[in-house]
Design a protein. Structure first.
Length: 152
């Protein structure tokens, strides 16, 4: 089993990131942008891998806007979401993730929690850990996914 801590939109609230990481003891952390540099505190204080994508508030021009991972045979598509205009709807992002054969889509930007299945793909937006204190934990085991939204 792999436990993934999914966070987004930390906006400088690094203590919230540390609290979630301590509470969940994940095997992997995904930071979905807007102050993706905050994730450095996790790499300095933790022993698990941390994967990031940049958001619209991140100034690192060369930073990755999308990332694909594979964990226990599940393809994960990560993005902040602003490039897909997710505040106006999820159609283009869902289409892209399905095109990439993702089993798990992770995005942020809206600060609104999403945790649902769409055409066999789990879709998760953890909300904003920086402002609302919300995050997600995804468990992958034997090819199945379980996602849960939590609060600090």
């Amino acid at each position: 089993m792999t436990r993934i801590l999914v966070v987004s939109d930390s906006h400088g609230h690094t203590e919230a990131l540390l609290q979630a990481a301590r509470a969940e003891n994940p095997d992997l952390i995904c930071h979905l942008g807007d102050y993706e540099r905050d994730a450095r505190v996790l790499t300095l204080n933790g022993s698990c891998p941390v994967h990031t994508v940049c958001g619209n508030c991140d100034l690192n021009i060369g930073a990755t806007k999308e990332r694909q991972l594979e964990v226990e045979g599940i393809r994960i598509f990560m993005t902040h979401g602003h490039s897909y205009r997710v505040k106006n709807g999820l159609d283009s992002l869902l289409t892209k993730a399905l095109y990439e054969n993702a089993g798990l889509l992770l995005f942020g930007h809206t600060h609104q929690v999403v945790c649902q299945e769409f055409e066999g793909m789990m879709v998760v937006n953890p909300g904003s850990i920086g402002y609302e204190g919300s995050y997600a934990v995804v468990q992958i085991e034997a090819g199945s996914l379980k996602a849960e939204i939590k609060q600090i």
